[in-house]
Unconditional design. Structure first.
Length: 243
């Protein structure tokens, strides 16, 4: 009997039941680890997207500040329906809105928005010079118009026409996201008043309808010149964009 006990004590290996229990425990541990890693990965991806979005917005705000701080002549804000072919002909200005207008140092009327633009006929003087491609909404866009110093107005044709149309950044800059820009005068500034400040709020969204917000930022832009808030009509319908 002593020899039998010694042999039993020396027996190596595990039973089938022990093997199954061990494998089950290992599977449970792997599942728990995978769940934990998945959660960490999701948080990492979300943080990375937020950092990228914030970088995009920071660059956009810097560019907006650079474009607007040298505004001249007057400054005007439109609050119009967000779409590619915003109609601003014969429209008055507003205290806040999605399109900014001013005169730049070269004497052109400049419009800034992020609401897209249809194909646009381009003119130099009275001569048609070509056509600018449509720009999708959600991108920072500038348009330039000839400004008549005598009438203090510029021509905006029924068929969209301009001196030039330009996107500030390439489409890849936004990494599949969509930009929204809103402008506002200080509360104390009324139509006809002078101001050297303007508030801009830029927001980045995941979707074209701009409902799924990623990040937003607001800044007071200090203008180099004190300009008049102009609410009267500046864009008029005409048959010749070069007038």
């Amino acid at each position: 009997m002593k020899k039998v006990r010694r042999l039993l004590k020396k027996r190596d290996g595990t039973t089938l039941v022990e093997t199954i229990v061990t494998m089950l425990l290992i599977s449970i541990m792997f599942a728990m680890a995978a769940t934990a890693l998945s959660s960490v990965a999701k948080v990492f991806v979300r943080e990375q997207r937020l950092q990228y979005a914030q970088s995009i917005l920071d660059t956009t705000m810097t560019e907006l500040r650079g474009i607007v701080e040298n505004a001249d002549g007057y400054i005007k804000i439109y609050d119009v329906e967000r779409k590619k072919n915003q109609k601003i002909t014969d429209k008055t200005g507003n205290n806040s809105g999605n399109i900014l207008e001013f005169i730049n140092g070269d004497g052109y009327a400049v419009l800034i928005s992020a609401d897209g633009c249809e194909k646009t006929q381009l003119f130099i003087g009275r001569q048609e010079s070509g056509e600018a491609d449509a720009v999708d909404e959600g991108q920072l866009l500038t348009r330039y118009y000839f400004y008549n110093n005598g009438t203090y107005q510029y021509i905006w044709n029924d068929e969209l026409a301009a001196r030039a149309v330009a996107t500030v950044f390439g489409i890849g800059f936004y990494m599949g996201n969509y930009l929204e820009v809103q402008w506002a005068f200080p509360d104390s500034v009324n139509a006809g008043d002078m101001t050297d400040q303007l508030t801009v709020t830029a927001s980045l969204y995941r979707d074209r309808d701009r409902t799924d917000l990623i990040v937003t930022d607001s800044e007071v832009i200090q203008l180099r010149h004190s300009l008049m808030r102009k609410d009267t009509v500046t864009a008029t319908v005409g048959t010749d964009a070069g007038e």
